[in-house]
Design a protein around this ligand. Structure first.
Ligand SMILES: Nc1ncnc2c1ncn2[C@@H]1O[C@H](COP(=O)(O)OP(=O)(O)OP(=O)(O)O)[C@@H](O)[C@H]1O
Ligand code: SF4
Ligand SMILES: [Mg+2]
Length: 337
């Protein structure tokens, strides 16, 4: 077995706030192989972006406390200083943000920002970097890239800005690309074009991709494997087919039942009742216990008193006491009745 490009183990991130310590990530595990596309899904606030930011080293120098291991090609990134992180961020690991307008500087042209991203990591002349940026703008499908090089971010449409952001993230040919909700702000047609673009560029460059989204439909379209996050933990990890058709965790079942396609089957859309746990005051037991429709199937009070481990069945992992007794799990539709 080759070393995975990324192996995150027991990652924990807390933020001190006036209200107390926010436990944003609570023992996250994630493994990504070279060239693989892995989806991270979960409701708002489940820790998807904080995990991505930590991986990029963006919390270094802030008041956030990070522990655990982020092994990138075997090197732990957690203890690295800001300067030691530089060869990784933008060079080996690229990131596409949800909102390219806030990720780009408004006072510099799009082309200049892309060519500078290239020059930070490559010793080339400004002229050569410009040529590279124009080539990249062309590859991501921006028409007339030579003149668009000199346009400012606000002069681009939402879809074109996202393409430019992808050009900036991929110009150094990173081995790992993190795409955090890259299509959420876009209309459906442009969304499909951007997904196609990421897939085809990935096929050309061989990068691994972590696709962060709240949309299981997008995961089904572009990912091979999916990690479901809840309360800053991985609660289920499986091949996409297994996650959809042999779902292991009651939370994933709830997410699936709330999707429009599942709603067609049951005749209505069924959001998961209740709210995620307070990250200021985490429960002792399972983080999903307050909302779980099947906790009564677990003998005793274990769901309230004992935090479940990630149970592994080969390539399928589920953080639920019931995973010890998989045959008892109800179907996604039953789980929400
Ligand atoms: N700098 C911070 N200080 C305090 N709390 C924070 C900070 N950054 C994130 N959080 C909290 O951490 C939790 C996880 O946030 P995160 O942005 O990772 O969620 P997410 O899964 O990406 O959600 P969404 O789908 O809305 O993007 C949230 O409760 C958020 O409020
Ligand atoms: S451990 Fe208990 S509360 Fe948590 S998901 Fe499983 S059954 Fe539900
Ligand atoms: Mg987010």
């Amino acid at each position: 077995m080759t070393t995975p490009i990324l192996d995150i183990r027991d990652l924990r991130v807390t933020f001190p706030t006036d209200d107390g310590l926010v436990h944003a990530v609570n023992g996250m595990d994630l493994t990504v192989q070279r060239g693989e596309t892995v989806g991270i899904v979960g409701e708002s606030g489940s820790g998807k972006t904080v995990t991505s930011q930590t991986l990029m080293g963006l919390l270094k120098g802030t008041s956030a406390k990070v522990s655990g291991r982020i092994l990138f090609e075997g090197t732990d990134l957690v203890p690295l200083s800001e300067s030691e992180m530089r060869p990784y961020r933008g060079r080996k690991i690229g990131m596409i943000f949800q909102d390219p307008l806030s990720a780009m500087h408004p006072f510099y042209t799009v082309g200049k920002q892309i060519s500078e991203a290239y020059r930070v990591h490559n010793r080339v002349s400004a002229k050569a970097a410009k040529a590279q940026a124009i080539e990249m703008l062309n590859r991501v499908g921006i028409p007339d890239p030579v003149s668009r090089y000199d346009a400012y971010p606000h002069e681009f449409s939402g879809g074109m800005r996202q393409r430019a952001m992808i050009a900036m993230a991929l110009i150094c040919e990173p081995e790992l690309l993190i795409a955090d909700e890259p299509t959420t702000a876009l209309d459906v047609t442009v969304q499909a074009q951007i997904l196609d673009l990421i897939s085809s560029l990935q096929a050309e460059t061989g990068s691994a991709v972590i696709f962060v989204t709240h949309d299981l439909g997008v995961v089904a379209e572009v990912c091979k494997r999916v990690v479901v996050m809840y309360g800053g933990q991985c609660v289920e990890e499986a091949d996409v087919q297994d996650a959809f058709f042999r779902t292991g965790h009651p939370y994933t079942k709830g997410l699936l039942a709330s999707m429009p396609s599942m709603a067609d089957e049951v005749g209505r859309l069924t959001p998961i009742p209740g709210f995620p746990p307070s990250l200021l005051n985490l429960p002792t037991g399972c983080l999903f216990a307050d909302r779980c429709p099947v906790s009564h199937l677990v003998p005793g009070d274990r769901c309230r008193t004992e935090r479940p481990e990630l149970h592994s069945d080969g390539t399928h992992r589920s953080r639920c006491h019931l995973a010890e007794l998989p045959a008892t799990l109800p179907t996604p539709v039953e789980a929400t009745r």
